[in-house]
Write a protein that binds this ligand. Structure first.
Ligand SMILES: [Zn+2]
Length: 131
């Protein structure tokens, strides 16, 4: 999981609380790990999505082939970070009142709806069998 947590930089969330929440998510979902950006846009870091820094770091750390990966998110920043990293992208549209992405490969209303598409896309011949 890669997550923007600008509330830390903005002083509206405590870094240790954010870390504890993400650790609980990682344990509950049995994730390999969580990469977190605690910066804000003004920091101009390489990790805050839409920058692809956390995806590049995950690729290095866990040996992930980004061109055979799917970035799933519910914000335009997630989709753009995935695109910049060279991954397929899925946008989960929760109807947030904010700019919507336009470059995603798939739009769904919940993660479950994306699972068949992801499984085909990541199968050995997925690129040949999808229309
Ligand atoms: Zn950052």
């Amino acid at each position: 999981m890669v997550t923007n947590q600008p509330d830390v930089a903005r002083g509206t969330a405590d870094a240790s609380d954010v870390k504890a929440i993400n650790l609980l998510i990682a344990e509950t979902l049995q994730l390999d790990g969580v990469l977190l950006c605690a910066h804000d846009d003004s920091d101009k870091c390489f990790c805050r999505k839409p920058a692809p820094g956390m995806l590049m770091e995950a690729s290095t750390r866990w040996g992930i082939d980004l061109q055979r990966s799917v970035m799933v998110g519910d914000r335009w920043r997630d989709v753009e970070a995935g695109r910049r990293a060279g991954a397929y992208t899925v946008f989960i549209d929760h109807g947030y009142n904010e700019p919507r992405p336009t470059t995603q490969d798939l739009t769904v209303s919940c993660l479950l709806d994306a699972v068949p598409w992801i499984l085909v896309r990541l199968s050995p011949n997925g690129q040949d069998t999808l229309s």
